[in-house]
Design a protein around this ligand. Structure first.
Ligand SMILES: [Zn+2]
Length: 483
């Protein structure tokens, strides 16, 4: 009988029926799974820097980690993938494969990348054979993680909390002392510089805030009370310190391993998602750190992040089995930034310089950005991107397919109608950086046309959409507003 009811609730969740579900008391179920997606065949392209890099080995494993939640009406999946930014086509293919196998609707799936800078490319057009093979492995691995998590559904409770870890996040954009600003690739002067020299003669003040919080969603087995899954979120770009040519999941992977040994349990899955870290990194600008061995800083940050997440975990009063779920996906169309006639002429002039000595006099990265300007002129007028809002009991989750600036996450957290809000970047695809209009005014790497690809007020449009979606979710689940 109970099984029949559950089955019926699932049918309702799939949208076949709607009314009678109210008869069944909402009982949360959850399942989690981690699938190894470490590449086996090398060499592989490793994106993330201006110079081409190839990987020839993996130092530690990469995973697709999935959490599936089901409240009897809504079934949703959250996946965190060890990759710099899984492109939307790969996310979409993986979702379609998983949906066919387990029945969860594709628009109820969130696939986010950790943004490790030492992972394979998710989609290389003219790549090596291993690159092309890796894309298939990635699609299959993401899909399998969802299907396996769905297969592991069992009665569960969920709770959310946050705790700060301020010292491992720095805003990487700085105002500099007078006379210290170099020319940008376009031969112009920005007001701020990304990752300037750490000299006190150069640094004036950071150009923006950091978000110090590690926010967690904790899921426990309802019967045993044992931890089942922990989804964490921290606004840190990545850590780095990986030797050349090596694949690594960076601190995101190490965090998952450390949480696993803390929480115990064979099938416990921890995952660290990327918050709003477009302008945030792990460089200690003002205080000199002792030299680190490879992977040492990764371990230090992972250790602190695990401690902080565990501290947050301890503050959760109750893992609620009556947590209600909701998820809304919107497709938002944004205008692409187009180069002006002046920018086009300047780019062509840069590329026309043939004399070796003259080329050496060009500003740093001038040629790279000249190419980017020309290709921006060729791109379509608009781009349509998916944004998602999830309600999991008292927790709201926003998913944004950009490298999002910290103040956007802070703003969403402040204005969210939910007691607690998590903002996941590089979710369901990746479309470059997302600065605020105010940060566009200041210039700097993340705002340059070619690094940034969409209209300068895109963050305002996406934030407005997300707040509307959160309000909508809250209306359908008013107990989430209890606090
Ligand atoms: Zn990055």
């Amino acid at each position: 009988m109970k099984q029949a009811l559950l089955l019926f609730a699932m049918v309702v969740a799939l949208g076949v029926a709607s009314q009678a579900s109210e008869q069944a008391a909402p009982k949360l179920r959850a399942g989690a799974a981690a699938v190894d997606i470490t590449p086996k065949v090398f060499p592989l392209h490793m994106p993330g820097l201006f110079t081409a890099r190839m990987a020839d080995s993996a130092h530690d494993p990469l995973h697709a980690r999935a959490l599936v939640l089901d409240d009897g009406e809504t079934v949703l999946a959250l996946v965190v993938v060890d990759n710099i930014g899984v492109v939307q086509s790969v996310c979409d293919e993986a979702k379609a494969v998983a949906s066919k196998q387990c029945g969860i609707a594709v628009e109820k799936m969130l696939v986010a990348s950790t943004h490790t800078h030492t992972g394979p490319n998710s989609s290389v057009k003219d790549g090596t054979v291993p690159d092309v093979e890796y894309r298939k492995l990635l699609v299959a691995g993401i899909a399998e993680s969802i299907v396996r998590a769905h297969g592991a559904l069992r009665p569960a409770g969920a709770g959310a909390a946050a705790s700060p870890l301020p010292e491992e996040v720095s805003n990487r954009r700085w105002f500099l002392k007078p006379g210290k600003m170099p020319l940008n690739p376009f031969g112009k002067m920005d007001k701020v510089k990304m990752n300037p020299s750490r000299s006190p003669d150069v640094l004036d003040r950071p150009a923006g805030p950091t978000d110090p919080d590690i926010t967690i969603l904790s899921v426990q087995d309802a019967k045993s009370g044992k931890p089942l899954a922990l989804l964490a979120n921290y606004s840190l770009h990545y850590v780095g310190g990986v030797p050349e040519g090596m694949i690594s999941a960076d601190y995101f992977g190490e965090f998952a391993r450390l949480m696993h040994s803390r929480a115990g349990g064979e099938d416990f899955v921890a995952m660290m998602s990327n918050g709003t870290s477009g302008d945030i990194n792990n460089i200690s600008f003002l205080v000199a750190r002792p030299p680190r061995k490879p992977f040492e800083q990764i371990q230090i940050v992972a250790q602190k992040a695990a401690e902080t997440a565990w501290r947050a975990h301890a503050t959760i009063e109750a893992h609620r089995q009556d947590a209600r779920l909701g998820m809304i996906q919107r497709e938002v169309t944004l205008k692409r930034r187009r180069p002006t006639d002046e920018q086009m002429a300047a780019a062509k002039a840069v590329l026309a310089v043939k004399d070796e000595a003259e080329r050496d006099k060009l500003p740093r990265l001038a040629e790279a950005y000249a190419h980017r300007i020309l290709s921006a002129a060729e791109a379509s007028e608009t781009v349509t991107v998916p944004v998602q809002a999830l309600g999991i009991g008292e927790l709201a989750v926003c998913a944004i397919p950009f490298e999002t600036f910290a103040e956007i996450g802070l703003d969403l957290k402040r204005r969210s109608p939910f007691p607690r809000t998590m903002v996941i970047s590089i979710a369901n695809g990746t479309n470059g950086y997302l600065p605020t209009p105010e940060q566009h005014e200041l210039g700097g790497y993340e705002t340059w046309l070619g690094t940034n690809r969409v209209q300068e007020d895109a963050s305002v449009i996406l934030t407005d959409n997300l707040l509307e979606m959160l309000a909508e979710l809250q209306k359908s689940s008013p107990e989430s507003a209890a606090h």
